[in-house]
Design a binder for this molecule. Structure first.
Ligand code: PMP
Length: 405
């Protein structure tokens, strides 16, 4: 299937916005993606037609809202090829999913001196929740290094694994370098030592898709707002047997079996991990977002985004003084760069004046910036609604800024 770019662009109302009198060029998709009209409409529709608190009511609206939420869970299950719907836990985003996993996993499985392995290219969301557990559970963190192309060095991972290793938590795709990590190899290596793996799929599900059963991954996390869905939605996938072993993360309504002041029992999966009234209106619209991109097809999306990436890379490389960070052959549609000694904020602000939205700074990956010996980069990240013409505008904008300095 091919991308019908005009049709797709007309599905996203915000793309016709003018910024400083110029047509918006939105290249900050790694931070959040724009929403198609069907997702925006779905949120209003829920509030206008079925709104009622889910799971608790015998009345019609409550049951309908519950059915729609559980249908959204099945859409996510199908999308990532999970075996059971109850392996899909709704959270408010990748960050909350990792905090949940880190807290419950370490409480259940880790003791003083145990080790968790991360990588040098992790987002702060996959570092700090584990650091909190260094204080609480006494665990230690070890870090897989990267090479000059921005790829993980797997021989070093082999050396880091020890009898104390309790989990390997790595990103599937780097939000800075774009590197698609060889997660099949990492999971095979980890499992050969009996170690589970958590994948941060915040930057992969929307570009390359995942099949949790084929990967045999133990935990997988991602955010709805980066995959064309609403903010405040996310997923923690976990294998049923592992999730059943973990203690709850938060206490409150819906996660309980029975409560008394003497003893409380907990609900079954997935509700054990969904304390309080869930963000059901947005979860329902999250399901709509997944249906939307599935109707376009992830293969078509990947082919189209790969073309954009190659075109943008080859055009940007022609600019004098251009340095691109992340040059792996296995890359998703993200380009981090610096030009001459122009500060990334200056570049970002001047591009903004031309209507071009890019991200600047450390991208919540300060340890990676230290590794690269820089403070930050300019990052252009592409989605399937971007075009070659928009890349031409980016390239000529960057050239104009470069000429000014
Ligand atoms: N991990 C990665 C790789 C990310 O790119 C991001 C968002 N930039 C996160 C985690 C955190 O996601 P969220 O802020 O949606 O929780």
């Amino acid at each position: 299937m091919q991308i019908d770019i005009n049709k797709i662009r007309s599905d996203f109302p915000i793309l016709s916005t003018q910024i400083y009198g110029k047509q918006l060029v939105y290249l900050d998709n790694g931070a959040t993606t724009q929403k198609p009209r069907c997702v925006i409409d779905r949120i209003s529709e829920v509030y206008e037609t079925v709104n009622a608190n889910i799971h608790r009511g015998v009345h019609h609206l409550s049951q309908e809202a519950t059915d729609m939420t559980e249908n959204a869970r099945r859409i996510v299950q199908k999308f990532i090829h999970a075996k059971h719907p109850h392996e899909i836990i709704f959270t408010k985003g990748t960050t909350e999913s990792i905090n949940l996993a880190a807290s419950s996993y370490c409480r259940r499985f880790c003791k003083e001196g145990d080790e968790i392995i991360l990588s040098a290219m992790e987002h702060h969301s996959n570092i700090v929740p584990w650091q909190l557990q260094e204080d609480i559970a006494g665990i230690k963190l070890k870090v897989i290094p990267i090479n000059e192309k921005g790829e993980l060095i797997l021989e070093e991972l082999e050396k880091l694994i020890s009898p104390k290793t309790k989990l390997i938590a790595v990103t599937h795709v780097s939000n800075v370098l774009g590197t698609i990590n060889p997660v099949e190899d990492i999971i095979a290596m980890a499992h050969s030592h009996g170690i589970p793996v958590l994948l941060d799929a915040a930057q992969s599900v929307q570009h390359i898709g995942v099949d949790v059963q084929k990967l045999d991954v133990d935990f997988l996390v991602f955010s709805g707002h980066k995959i064309y869905g609403p903010t405040g939605t996310g997923i923690l996938y976990g294998k049923e047997n592992l999730l059943n072993e973990l203690p709850p993360y938060q206490g409150g309504g819906e996660m309980i079996g029975q409560v008394s002041f003497e003893k409380t029992t907990f609900n079954e999966l997935p509700f054990k991990f969904e304390a309080g009234t869930p963000n059901y209106a947005d979860f329902i619209a999250f399901g709509t977002a997944i249906e939307y991109i599935s109707s376009i097809g992830l293969d078509a999306i990947k082919t189209y985004e790969d073309e954009l990436l190659h075109y943008a890379t080859s055009e940007l490389e022609k600019i004098e003084g251009m340095r691109i960070y992340g040059t792996s052959r296995h890359k998703s549609s993200v380009i981090s760069f610096l030009v001459k000694d122009i500060h990334h904020y200056d570049m970002g602000m001047l591009l903004d004046k031309m209507g071009i939205a890019v991200r600047t700074g450390h991208h919540c990956a300060e340890p990676l910036m230290h590794e690269l010996g820089i403070e930050g980069t300019v990052r252009a990240s592409f989605a399937f609604y971007n075009t070659r013409e928009e890349i031409d505008r980016l390239v000529s904008g960057v050239k104009r800024v470069a000429d000014m300095f």
